[in-house]
Design a protein around this ligand. Sequence first.
Ligand SMILES: Cc1cc2nc3c(=O)[nH]c(=O)nc-3n(C[C@H](O)[C@H](O)[C@H](O)COP(=O)(O)OP(=O)(O)OC[C@H]3O[C@@H](n4cnc5c(N)ncnc54)[C@H](O)[C@@H]3O)c2cc1C
Ligand SMILES: NC(=O)c1ccc[n+]([C@@H]2O[C@H](COP(=O)([O-])OP(=O)(O)OC[C@H]3O[C@@H](n4cnc5c(N)ncnc54)[C@H](OP(=O)(O)O)[C@@H]3O)[C@@H](O)[C@H]2O)c1
Length: 389
Amino acid sequence: MSAPAVHSAFSKDNPFPAKITENRLLNKAGSAKETRHFAVSLSGSGLSYKAGDSLGVFPANRPTEVAEILERLGATGDEPVSPAMLKLPAPITLHEALTHKLTLGSPTSKIINTLFAKTTDAGEKAKLEALIKPEAKDALAGYLDEREYVDILAEFPNARLTPQEFVDHLRKLMPRLYSIASSSKVYPDEIHLTVAIVRYTTNHRERHGVCSTFLADRARVGETPTPVFVSHSHFGPPEDITKDAIMVGPGTGIAPFRAFVQDRIAAGATGRNWVFFGDQKSHTDFLYQEEWDAYLAKGQITHLDLAWSRDQILKVYVQDKMREKAAELWAWIKNGGYFFVCGDAKRMAKDVDQALHDIIAEQGGMTIEQAGEYVKQMKKDKRYQRDVY
Ligand SMILES: Cc1cc2nc3c(=O)[nH]c(=O)nc-3n(C[C@H](O)[C@H](O)[C@H](O)COP(=O)(O)OP(=O)(O)OC[C@H]3O[C@@H](n4cnc5c(N)ncnc54)[C@H](O)[C@@H]3O)c2cc1C
Ligand SMILES: NC(=O)c1ccc[n+]([C@@H]2O[C@H](COP(=O)([O-])OP(=O)(O)OC[C@H]3O[C@@H](n4cnc5c(N)ncnc54)[C@H](OP(=O)(O)O)[C@@H]3O)[C@@H](O)[C@H]2O)c1
C-alpha cells in the first residue's frame, strides 16, 4: 500500500505537532556511540512521504540552560521581547524566545563588543579588550568556539544586559533535518529516524546537541507534541524497479537505505540490493542487525559489506570494502546499477567518491579524466545520488 496522495495542511511554515511513539537505543552496552531509533506518528496529519525524503524537526532548547540564562540576566522570563532576527508582529515572552525561537549556542563577536561597552568592572573590561583587539582574531575565534552564550554571561556578571539587548544578539533556532529510515509503503502513518545523539564537553561544560538531545531526552514518548514537516527530496531509489541499487551508508548514513530496501521489497523490485555499512565496533554498533540478517537470509539483499573501523588496530572503512569488491562493483555499475551515498559529508563522502572514481578507472580501463566523465554522466542520469551532511 503506498502513501495516499492527500493534501496536508502541514508544512515547514505550519509544522505538524507529532508524537514520538518510540525511542530506542540501537547501540549495545559498551559502545562509545549513542544512536537512537525514533518512530514519529503522522496520524491525523495528512502528511505523506517517499523513501529518500527527510523529516524536519523543530526542537526546544534545554530548560536548565534557559533557566541559567534567565538567572544570569536577572530576569523572570515573563519580560516581553521582540528579537531583532525574528521580525515578529508582536512581542513574545523572554522565556518563549529562549526556549523555542533562538539559538543559545555559537556566539558571535558582537556579544563581546556589547559586554565591553557595558561592563562596569575593570578586570572584565581588560579581559574583553584583550579579546577584541585586531591581533587577537584567532584567540577570539577559539574563545567563541568553546562557549555558548550562557558561559559568556557567567564570565562577565558585571556587564548587565536587558532581556531585549540580549536576545538581539541571538540567531533564529532552525529546524534540523533527518533522513527518513522507513518506507511509507510499509509504514504509511509513521516515520522512522536514525539519530546520532550529540554530546560533548567544551570549556569544562557538558554540551547537548539541541535537536538530537531534544529527541533523546526531552520529547516524552506519546506525550510531547514535536513540530515536524516532511522535506521532499530528489534523492530516492531507482524509479525503474528492475535496476540494481548499491547503497553506501556508514553510521546514521544507513537511515535512508533502510527505507530504500523496505520500499523496494514492498514494490516487488527485481533489481538487486547491495548495502555497504560501517561503524566503530561489530559487537555494539551494528545498527538494525536483525533486519539486515533477515533480508540476507531471504535473498532480499544480495550483498551486505561491513566495515568495522575499531575492531582492529588499522581502520577499515566502507571505501576499503568497495575496493575489495571492485570487479563486482564495476559489473553492477556497467550493467546500469545506481550508486547511492549517505552520511558524513566532510570525510566519508569525499573518500567514497574517490574510491568510486578509482574503481571505474581501474576496472573500466579508463584514464582518471575518462572516469571523471563517466561519473558526471552517472550523476546526470541520476545513477549517482548523495544525501550527505
Ligand atoms: C539532509 C540531512 C539529513 C540528515 N540526516 C540525519 C540522520 O539521519 N541522522 C542524524 O543523526 N543526523 C542527520 N542529519 C544531521 C542533523 O540534521 C543535525 O545536524 C544533528 O542531529 C545535530 O543537531 P543537534 O541540534 O543535535 O546539534 P547542534 O546543537 O546543532 O550541535 C551540533 C554542533 O555541535 C558541534 N559539535 C558536535 N560534536 C562536537 C564535538 N565532539 N566537539 C565539539 N563540537 C562538537 C558542531 O559544531 C556541530 O555542528 C542530517 C542533516 C541533513 C542536512
Ligand atoms: N552536524 C552535526 O552536528 C552532526 C551531528 C551528528 C552527525 N553528523 C554527521 O553525521 C555523520 C554520521 O554520524 P555517525 O555518528 O552516525 O557516524 P560517523 O561518525 O560518520 O561514523 C560512522 C563510521 O564511519 C567511519 N568513518 C570515519 N571517517 C571515515 C571516512 N573518511 N570514510 C569512511 N568512513 C569513515 C567511522 O570510523 P571512525 O570514527 O572509527 O574513524 C565509523 O566507523 C558524522 O560523521 C557527522 O559528520 C553531524
